[in-house]
Design a protein around this ligand. Sequence first.
Ligand SMILES: CC(C)(COP(=O)(O)OP(=O)(O)OC[C@H]1O[C@@H](n2cnc3c(N)ncnc32)[C@H](O)[C@@H]1OP(=O)(O)O)[C@@H](O)C(=O)NCCC(=O)NCCS
Length: 166
Amino acid sequence: MHFVEIIRRQDPEAVDRILRTLPAWFSVEEAIVNYVESASLRDSFLAVIQGHVIGVALVIRHFPQSAELSLIAVDANHRGNGVGSALVNAISASLFTDGCKLLQVRTVGPSFEDDAYSESRAFYRRAGFLPLQEFERIDWDGPSLVLVKPLQKPQQMANPKHKSAT
Ligand SMILES: CC(C)(COP(=O)(O)OP(=O)(O)OC[C@H]1O[C@@H](n2cnc3c(N)ncnc32)[C@H](O)[C@@H]1OP(=O)(O)O)[C@@H](O)C(=O)NCCC(=O)NCCS
Protein backbone atom coordinates (compact mmCIF):
# COMPACT_ATOMS: atom_id res chain seq x y z
CA MET A 1 0.00 0.00 0.00
CA HIS A 2 1.42 3.37 -1.00
CA PHE A 3 0.70 6.56 0.89
CA VAL A 4 -1.52 8.89 -1.14
CA GLU A 5 -1.23 12.50 -0.14
CA ILE A 6 -3.88 15.01 -1.18
CA ILE A 7 -2.40 18.47 -1.59
CA ARG A 8 -3.88 21.78 -2.67
CA ARG A 9 -1.65 23.03 -5.47
CA GLN A 10 -1.91 23.92 -9.15
CA ASP A 11 -0.12 21.70 -11.67
CA PRO A 12 -1.29 22.24 -15.27
CA GLU A 13 1.40 19.88 -16.64
CA ALA A 14 0.07 17.04 -14.48
CA VAL A 15 -3.48 17.78 -15.68
CA ASP A 16 -2.28 17.58 -19.28
CA ARG A 17 -0.40 14.31 -18.68
CA ILE A 18 -3.22 12.62 -16.73
CA LEU A 19 -6.03 13.59 -19.14
CA ARG A 20 -4.03 12.12 -22.03
CA THR A 21 -4.01 8.72 -20.27
CA LEU A 22 -7.85 8.74 -20.44
CA PRO A 23 -8.83 8.99 -24.13
CA ALA A 24 -12.27 7.43 -23.55
CA TRP A 25 -13.17 10.57 -21.56
CA PHE A 26 -10.80 13.23 -22.88
CA SER A 27 -10.20 12.93 -26.62
CA VAL A 28 -11.04 16.40 -27.92
CA GLU A 29 -7.82 18.44 -28.06
CA GLU A 30 -9.62 21.76 -27.48
CA ALA A 31 -11.26 20.38 -24.33
CA ILE A 32 -7.91 19.15 -22.97
CA VAL A 33 -6.33 22.56 -23.65
CA ASN A 34 -9.23 24.29 -21.85
CA TYR A 35 -8.83 22.04 -18.81
CA VAL A 36 -5.06 22.65 -18.74
CA GLU A 37 -5.67 26.41 -18.91
CA SER A 38 -8.22 26.27 -16.12
CA ALA A 39 -5.78 24.20 -14.01
CA SER A 40 -3.69 27.33 -13.48
CA LEU A 41 -6.75 29.46 -12.60
CA ARG A 42 -8.93 27.20 -10.43
CA ASP A 43 -8.67 25.88 -6.92
CA SER A 44 -6.77 22.65 -7.51
CA PHE A 45 -6.27 19.44 -5.54
CA LEU A 46 -3.65 16.83 -6.43
CA ALA A 47 -3.29 13.20 -5.39
CA VAL A 48 0.40 12.41 -4.98
CA ILE A 49 2.20 9.10 -4.48
CA GLN A 50 5.91 9.21 -3.74
CA GLY A 51 6.17 12.71 -5.22
CA HIS A 52 4.33 11.77 -8.42
CA VAL A 53 0.97 13.39 -9.23
CA ILE A 54 -1.52 10.64 -10.16
CA GLY A 55 -4.86 12.41 -9.68
CA VAL A 56 -6.24 15.90 -10.17
CA ALA A 57 -9.43 17.77 -9.29
CA LEU A 58 -10.50 21.36 -9.92
CA VAL A 59 -13.10 23.21 -7.86
CA ILE A 60 -15.07 26.39 -8.55
CA ARG A 61 -16.75 28.17 -5.65
CA HIS A 62 -19.82 29.71 -7.31
CA PHE A 63 -21.44 30.85 -4.03
CA PRO A 64 -20.46 30.72 -0.34
CA GLN A 65 -22.96 27.84 0.05
CA SER A 66 -22.09 25.83 -3.06
CA ALA A 67 -19.21 24.74 -5.23
CA GLU A 68 -18.62 22.77 -8.41
CA LEU A 69 -16.21 19.93 -9.05
CA SER A 70 -15.26 21.05 -12.54
CA LEU A 71 -12.76 18.25 -13.22
CA ILE A 72 -11.68 15.00 -11.60
CA ALA A 73 -9.32 12.53 -13.23
CA VAL A 74 -7.03 9.75 -12.02
CA ASP A 75 -4.15 8.45 -14.15
CA ALA A 76 -5.38 5.36 -16.03
CA ASN A 77 -2.72 3.21 -14.36
CA HIS A 78 -4.00 4.15 -10.88
CA ARG A 79 -7.78 3.98 -11.33
CA GLY A 80 -9.86 1.85 -9.00
CA ASN A 81 -7.52 2.17 -6.01
CA GLY A 82 -9.41 4.74 -3.96
CA VAL A 83 -7.58 7.80 -5.30
CA GLY A 84 -10.71 9.48 -6.72
CA SER A 85 -12.52 8.87 -3.43
CA ALA A 86 -9.60 10.38 -1.51
CA LEU A 87 -9.78 13.51 -3.71
CA VAL A 88 -13.56 13.90 -3.23
CA ASN A 89 -13.23 13.33 0.53
CA ALA A 90 -10.48 15.93 0.87
CA ILE A 91 -12.36 18.49 -1.25
CA SER A 92 -15.62 17.86 0.63
CA ALA A 93 -13.91 18.25 4.01
CA SER A 94 -12.13 21.43 2.94
CA LEU A 95 -15.33 23.00 1.56
CA PHE A 96 -17.41 21.96 4.59
CA THR A 97 -14.88 23.52 6.93
CA ASP A 98 -15.18 26.72 4.91
CA GLY A 99 -18.99 26.80 5.32
CA CYS A 100 -19.93 25.29 1.96
CA LYS A 101 -23.07 23.09 1.95
CA LEU A 102 -23.35 21.59 -1.56
CA LEU A 103 -20.94 20.28 -4.18
CA GLN A 104 -22.23 19.83 -7.72
CA VAL A 105 -20.74 17.97 -10.64
CA ARG A 106 -21.86 17.59 -14.24
CA THR A 107 -21.16 14.65 -16.49
CA VAL A 108 -22.55 12.98 -19.59
CA GLY A 109 -26.16 11.99 -18.87
CA PRO A 110 -27.51 8.41 -18.79
CA SER A 111 -29.74 8.91 -21.84
CA PHE A 112 -26.54 8.94 -23.94
CA GLU A 113 -25.27 5.36 -23.88
CA ASP A 114 -21.54 5.30 -23.18
CA ASP A 115 -19.67 2.72 -21.06
CA ALA A 116 -16.95 5.14 -19.96
CA TYR A 117 -19.35 7.77 -18.59
CA SER A 118 -21.50 5.06 -17.03
CA GLU A 119 -18.41 4.26 -14.91
CA SER A 120 -18.03 7.96 -14.04
CA ARG A 121 -21.66 8.15 -12.89
CA ALA A 122 -21.17 4.99 -10.75
CA PHE A 123 -18.18 6.64 -9.11
CA TYR A 124 -20.11 9.83 -8.37
CA ARG A 125 -23.05 7.92 -6.89
CA ARG A 126 -20.66 5.93 -4.70
CA ALA A 127 -18.98 9.18 -3.64
CA GLY A 128 -22.28 10.50 -2.30
CA PHE A 129 -23.54 12.56 -5.25
CA LEU A 130 -27.29 12.41 -5.97
CA PRO A 131 -28.68 12.86 -9.48
CA LEU A 132 -30.58 16.15 -9.73
CA GLN A 133 -31.58 16.67 -13.36
CA GLU A 134 -30.52 15.90 -16.90
CA PHE A 135 -30.19 18.85 -19.28
CA GLU A 136 -29.68 18.92 -23.04
CA ARG A 137 -26.75 20.77 -24.61
CA ILE A 138 -25.44 22.67 -21.59
CA ASP A 139 -21.86 21.37 -21.87
CA TRP A 140 -21.82 19.55 -25.19
CA ASP A 141 -24.17 18.58 -28.00
CA GLY A 142 -25.93 15.95 -25.88
CA PRO A 143 -27.33 15.32 -22.38
CA SER A 144 -25.54 16.34 -19.17
CA LEU A 145 -26.48 15.00 -15.76
CA VAL A 146 -26.21 17.39 -12.81
CA LEU A 147 -25.43 15.65 -9.52
CA VAL A 148 -25.19 17.23 -6.08
CA LYS A 149 -23.55 16.10 -2.88
CA PRO A 150 -24.71 17.53 0.44
CA LEU A 151 -21.55 18.26 2.42
CA GLN A 152 -21.32 16.91 5.95
CA LYS A 153 -18.86 16.90 8.78
CA PRO A 154 -16.00 14.63 7.67
CA GLN A 155 -15.99 11.14 9.18
CA GLN A 156 -12.99 8.94 9.75
CA MET A 157 -12.86 6.30 6.99
CA ALA A 158 -13.06 2.81 8.53
CA ASN A 159 -10.89 0.95 6.04
CA PRO A 160 -9.48 3.11 3.23
CA LYS A 161 -7.69 1.42 0.33
CA HIS A 162 -5.08 4.15 0.55
CA LYS A 163 -4.04 6.25 3.47
CA SER A 164 -4.54 9.89 2.63
CA ALA A 165 -3.48 13.12 4.21
CA THR A 166 -4.70 16.66 3.56
C1 LIG B 1 -13.86 8.57 -12.04
C2 LIG B 1 -12.50 8.53 -11.35
C3 LIG B 1 -12.04 9.95 -10.98
C4 LIG B 1 -12.65 7.71 -10.05
O1 LIG B 1 -11.41 7.61 -9.41
P1 LIG B 1 -10.89 6.16 -8.95
O2 LIG B 1 -9.68 6.37 -8.14
O3 LIG B 1 -10.76 5.30 -10.16
O4 LIG B 1 -12.13 5.65 -8.09
P2 LIG B 1 -12.11 4.93 -6.66
O5 LIG B 1 -11.14 3.80 -6.69
O6 LIG B 1 -11.94 5.93 -5.59
O7 LIG B 1 -13.58 4.32 -6.66
C5 LIG B 1 -14.53 4.57 -5.64
C6 LIG B 1 -15.81 3.84 -5.95
O8 LIG B 1 -16.38 4.33 -7.17
C7 LIG B 1 -16.94 3.25 -7.91
N1 LIG B 1 -16.19 3.09 -9.15
C8 LIG B 1 -14.95 3.53 -9.42
N2 LIG B 1 -14.58 3.19 -10.67
C9 LIG B 1 -15.62 2.51 -11.18
C10 LIG B 1 -15.85 1.87 -12.44
N3 LIG B 1 -14.90 1.90 -13.39
N4 LIG B 1 -17.03 1.26 -12.65
C11 LIG B 1 -17.97 1.23 -11.68
N5 LIG B 1 -17.81 1.82 -10.45
C12 LIG B 1 -16.65 2.44 -10.22
C13 LIG B 1 -16.78 2.00 -7.06
O9 LIG B 1 -17.96 1.85 -6.28
C14 LIG B 1 -15.62 2.35 -6.17
O10 LIG B 1 -15.65 1.75 -4.93
P3 LIG B 1 -15.26 0.20 -4.73
O11 LIG B 1 -14.00 -0.02 -5.53
O12 LIG B 1 -15.06 0.09 -3.26
O13 LIG B 1 -16.41 -0.56 -5.26
C15 LIG B 1 -11.38 7.86 -12.23
O14 LIG B 1 -11.70 6.49 -12.43
C16 LIG B 1 -11.21 8.53 -13.57
O15 LIG B 1 -10.34 9.40 -13.72
N6 LIG B 1 -12.01 8.14 -14.56
C17 LIG B 1 -11.88 8.67 -15.89
C18 LIG B 1 -12.25 10.14 -15.98
C19 LIG B 1 -13.60 10.41 -15.40
O16 LIG B 1 -14.51 9.60 -15.40
N7 LIG B 1 -13.75 11.64 -14.87
C20 LIG B 1 -15.04 12.11 -14.37
C21 LIG B 1 -16.01 12.39 -15.47
S1 LIG B 1 -15.43 13.54 -16.61
